[in-house]
Ligand binder design. Sequence first.
Ligand SMILES: NC(=O)c1ccc[n+]([C@@H]2O[C@H](COP(=O)([O-])OP(=O)(O)OC[C@H]3O[C@@H](n4cnc5c(N)ncnc54)[C@H](OP(=O)(O)O)[C@@H]3O)[C@@H](O)[C@H]2O)c1
Length: 261
Amino acid sequence: MTTETKPVALVTGGTSGIGLAVVRDLARRGHRVFLCARTEQQVKQTVEDLRAEGLEVEGAAADVRDAASVKALVAAAVQAFGPISVLVNNAGRSGGGPTADLTDELWYDVIQTNLNSVFLLTREVLKNGGLEGASYGRIINIASTAGKQGVVLGAPYSASKHGVVGFTKSLGNELAPTGITVNAVCPGYVETPMAQRVRTGYAAAYDTSEEQIMQKFTSKIPLGRYSTPEEVAGLVGYLTTDVASSITAQALNVCGGLGNF
Ligand SMILES: NC(=O)c1ccc[n+]([C@@H]2O[C@H](COP(=O)([O-])OP(=O)(O)OC[C@H]3O[C@@H](n4cnc5c(N)ncnc54)[C@H](OP(=O)(O)O)[C@@H]3O)[C@@H](O)[C@H]2O)c1
């Protein structure tokens, strides 16, 4: 595959956990991958590390909550690699607590980071990133099993991810005739830095140890363990293939059986 024919992917939150595994998987499948996260040093280091693995990767610091930052990010990706054909909206945050005690700040930030960002990125990549009118395209939103089931002490997170699933189904139907598919990938429990922070939060909320929380969560998973970032990335990679062309407007779980629908 020559550089000119390699498809271009943009992955948000590509410096850690699931996003990093997605960047690596897509680059290994022959994509040129542009990644972002807020922490500039982490972006630089990640790009450097992945290039050392022989992968074609570029990146920039960006905040997906901010429309101007999103605009600059998409412009930078197009400038580096050309029109984008795969967008992976992965950047996200956890957040919750007893609902009566939630601050406005927390609620709005979770919705801004997890849901409004998906709209901002998607619109920008369609309008100015080269996706609108393309004969092939993939929009893949990393939602959660919490986007289909309620999570105790996770109302803002669960609401944001339900929103992502709804947006995905609606846009998937809208774009179905065009050759651009739109799907949500819904991880259950995946071992990442975010998962560690979530366990710390629940341990404090229930006044127990992180080990107890780990045991409680793991016992809910029929497979008996957390999924890996690579297992989530594997489905994202598959969705970019030609044989996945008829999969659109879906929300697909990678969760060891935690979710059943
Ligand atoms: N881990 C799980 O169990 C699990 C389960 C279901 C769904 N998910 C979803 O999977 C996605 C990735 O989660 P993860 O566990 O891999 O998290 P993670 O390890 O915390 O990584 C999050 C990534 O997103 C970036 N990010 C966060 N806020 C951002 C912002 N405002 N703008 C740009 N980048 C931002 C982070 O870098 P900076 O902090 O430097 O910006 C980092 O690169 C999230 O959408 C999450 O909700 C995770």
